[in-house]
Write a protein that binds this ligand. Sequence first.
Ligand code: HEC
Ligand SMILES: [Cu+2]
Length: 322
Amino acid sequence: MNEEFVRFWPETASSYAGNVDWLVFAFTGMMMFFIVPVFVLLVLFSFRYRKGTKVPRDHRPRGSMKVEMTWIALPFVGAMVIYLVSARLYYEVRTPPPDAMEIQVVGKQWMWKFQHPDGQREINTLHVPVGQAIKLNMISQDVIHSLYFPALRVKQDLLPGRYTQLWFKASKTGRFQAYCAEYCGTDHSRMLADLVILPAQEYAAWLEQAGTSESLADQGGALFRQFGCSGCHGDASVANAPNLAGLYGRRVALQSGESVVADDGYIRDSILLPNKHIVAGFEPIMPSFDNVLDEEAVLRLTAYIKSLGHAGEGGQDGADQP
Ligand code: HEC
Ligand SMILES: [Cu+2]
């Protein structure tokens, strides 16, 4: 059993954790300011005006504009301050910096799987460097899970069929508990993970020893050949399939006349639900890989497709030409 189970207040280990705490303290303080007098008077009055006491009971209402305006204005100003501060904080917590290092997360009954950009994989433990922005790109293999890091003051649901993100910058090293915060079946309460925050050098050393010879994109490239994607999408292919180079981040024209940006979600749908979006100018001949590839494999394939170039790095605009 970890000591964090019995701590009153979790450690603060992310750049925004302190601000989250201040918001909670300020809000709780404000509520106390309004609620404590109500309960104190309630108790005092129930003594003072209890049955049989000789105190004046003739309380005719006396209006006072000043009192009325004060009790309207004060809570209004307080509520607006809390609103503005929390809106700013919410924006910060929900907006990963563009230079964040991306780690892929798959939640499933009942484990957490993490994949680092260089291809290292781990289960129920996540190693990250301190002081660097980390973005988790997450999806569930089955039901809804929720990754919760109390020490980072952040929590985000993982959904089946849709990517969600979370980001943080660790502010101190150490080992911290993470939980699944969404009831997901029998072993939900045991769906735990350890967050290990290391100094940059130790993280590099960890990557080294956990190392694989292949980056995530290279692993995706191997799958791309193994599952026959290259047979249709490869340069030497005779099948009429779009070239995937420069696809990531580009706007794709669809048969339906609509267009969508090729992000992680679009690429995932293209692989698992190929009939959802048909690229303009192509036949819907791509088979579904729904029962063949799991979410981790899809994430690797997506890393591979990203590595073929982003929009603006050589990919042209508009639909692929056959
Ligand atoms: C039988 C040939 C065939 C195979 C095998 C195949 N595809 Fe496709 N793929 C297509 C065709 C045709 C399209 C365009 C029509 C459509 O959108 O379904 C397409 C579309 C796509 C798109 C969207 C491309 C764009 O320009 O928007 C992606 C991404 C993709 N395939 C990835 C894959 C991956 C990854 C695999 C292997 C797991 C794979 N495909 C296997 C034929 C194939
Ligand atoms: Cu869960």
